[in-house]
Design a protein around this ligand. Structure first.
Ligand SMILES: CC(C)(COP(=O)(O)OP(=O)(O)OC[C@H]1O[C@@H](n2cnc3c(N)ncnc32)[C@H](O)[C@@H]1OP(=O)(O)O)[C@@H](O)C(=O)NCCC(=O)NCCS
Length: 142
């Protein structure tokens, strides 16, 4: 399909329900913590440009979290509306997230990708990321 150019910008309060609806539809079976408006308000209060949305014709069609923890960059919850996929919007969100992180001094970025989600892995490879087979993730919910 012909790529489109979305407007990628930091999310505003009015975008949060749309982002949650988008994530609900794209939610991975591996996700273990519910996504809530409270959590997004906490995120945007902490770092106003961490949650980015892609807007097309006035509609929020994609979102991503690009977060700097003071040491490294982490990208979470990349999702694009089903009817807008394969138009280049996922890559535009990743590129914008990287720009924001780079401006803060980030030199290395991690993206968590579920092994079975082959489309997601293909997107990260297309964005220039390599799978790090030397590292496994240890996790615990608090
Ligand atoms: C993964 C996702 C964000 C990709 O968004 P997108 O806007 O469709 O991606 P893009 O159009 O920017 O794709 C860029 C390139 O990535 C690769 N790619 C993206 N999706 C792909 C898929 N489903 N299968 C194979 N390759 C894919 C292709 O190389 C593509 O370029 P091409 O279309 O010219 O072949 C989207 O499919 C999505 O929201 N999926 C559900 C949630 C999810 O899995 N998120 C990722 C969490 S890590």
């Amino acid at each position: 399909m012909t790529p489109v150019t979305a407007t990628v910008r930091p999310a505003e309060a009015a975008d949060l329900p749309k982002v949650l609806a988008l994530w609900d539809d794209a939610r991975s079976e591996a996700a273990s913590i519910p996504d809530t408006e409270d959590a997004l308000q906490t995120l945007t209060a902490h770092t106003p440009d961490a949650l980015l949305v892609a807007e097309l014709d006035g509609d929020v069609v994609g979102a991503v979290i690009a977060a700097w923890d003071g040491w490294r960059g982490n990208i979470y919850r990349l999702a694009v509306k089903r009817e807008c996929r394969r138009l280049g919007i996922g890559l535009q969100l990743v590129n914008a997230g990287e720009r924001h992180l780079s401006e803060k001094g980030v030199r290395r970025v991690t993206a968590l990708v579920v092994t079975e989600e082959l489309g997601a892995a293909a997107l990260w490879k297309a964005a220039g990321y390599e799978q790090d087979s030397a590292v496994v993730r240890f996790v615990r919910n608090l």
